[in-house]
Design a protein around this ligand. Structure first.
Ligand code: ATP
Length: 281
């Protein structure tokens, strides 16, 4: 779990290289085919051969609801476990995760929650720079393919940040002069940055709600220094603060039966078919 830009995908690949695992995407926009740049989908190269489920497979016009996700992701979890591998669910859509991981799911499977967290001011500036990089990589032309004068921005992939914001820029098209077009584009990019920051804040609020009201035991991995630093220092911070503790947490989850305290009463975890814990990794 974690806000956009924190490094969830990177952590999932690090984990999948330590434990035989497959990834199930839980980002409600990345499930669709298309907009690979605007939605910051993990690339084939970055996936390093780790199989991914529900990533870029749904037709962009259709609505893939939380219950569609619950149904399909449950099937993926079962099939991954049947191959004696660890399912890693990765994405920023906490409503998807919340719908999937209900009492029924928890009765069947033990879950280990990891949260990659970055201090908000640092994350805001990182995602803002990331928008500029997306533009350099061709985001505007990519989004143009999803523009039509009658676009419905309430369905499917067109809800992605970047699509509604660029509507006005495509709409004025060649009828306005270059200066006006430049100004409208700059305004759209500012909106994209601000909406991405808002999304990040909302995502963190939702994770805190799951921890506080649903009492999910979420292991927080502090990744702020990774974004603050550059080059080798950033790599070292990633290993020390995120990848290392993440791998340790999963190792403990898989191999150790930890005592858990429920409101002062000690219980031993693993009573309810601890599928992941008993599988041989
Ligand atoms: P809610 O129930 O409010 O939809 P959620 O946690 O399921 O909560 P989010 O995943 O936070 O929803 O997404 C909310 C909105 O943010 C999406 O409808 C979309 O506009 C935008 N968004 C989310 N993920 C991405 C992404 N990867 N790329 C672009 N835009 C995104």
């Amino acid at each position: 779990m974690g806000a956009t830009g924190t490094g969830k995908s990177r952590l999932s690949i690090d984990l999948a290289t330590h434990f035989a695992a497959e990834v199930i995407n839980s980002d409600k926009i990345q499930v669709y085919q298309g907009l690979d740049i605007a939605t910051n989908k993990i690339t084939d190269e970055e996936r390093r051969g780790v199989p991914h489920h529900l990533l870029g497979v749904i037709p962009p016009e259709s609505d893939f609801t939380s219950s569609n996700f619950k149904y399909t992701a449950s099937i993926s979890v079962k099939s991954i476990l049947s191959r004696r591998k660890l399912p890693i669910i990765v994405g920023g859509s906490n409503s998807y995760i919340e719908t999937l991981i209900d009492a029924n799911f928890r009765a069947k499977y033990d879950c280990c929650f990891l949260w990659v967290d970055v201090a908000m001011p640092v994350l805001h500036s990182f995602v803002s720079d990331r928008v500029d990089k997306m533009v350099e990589r061709g985001m505007v032309d990519e989004v143009r393919d999803f523009y039509s004068a009658t676009s419905d921005y309430s369905r499917g992939i067109r809800r992605a940040i970047g699509v509604p914001e660029l509507d006005r820029f495509f709409r004025v098209g060649s009828v306005s002069d270059e200066l006006t077009r430049g100004r409208i584009l700059a305004e759209a990019l500012d909106q994209i940055k601000s909406n991405t920051s808002k999304l990040a804040s909302k995502q963190v609020d939702k994770i805190n709600r799951l921890r506080n009201t649903k009492r999910w035991r979420v292991r927080r991995l502090e990744a702020t220094d990774v974004l603050r630093r550059r080059g080798g220092d950033a790599e070292a911070a990633w290993e020390d603060m995120v990848a290392g503790p993440g791998v340790d947490a999963v190792r403990r989850f898989l191999y150790e039966v930890e005592p858990v305290v429920y409101g002062g009463v000690m219980a031993v975890r693993g009573g309810a078919a601890p599928v992941m814990a008993t599988a041989s990794y």
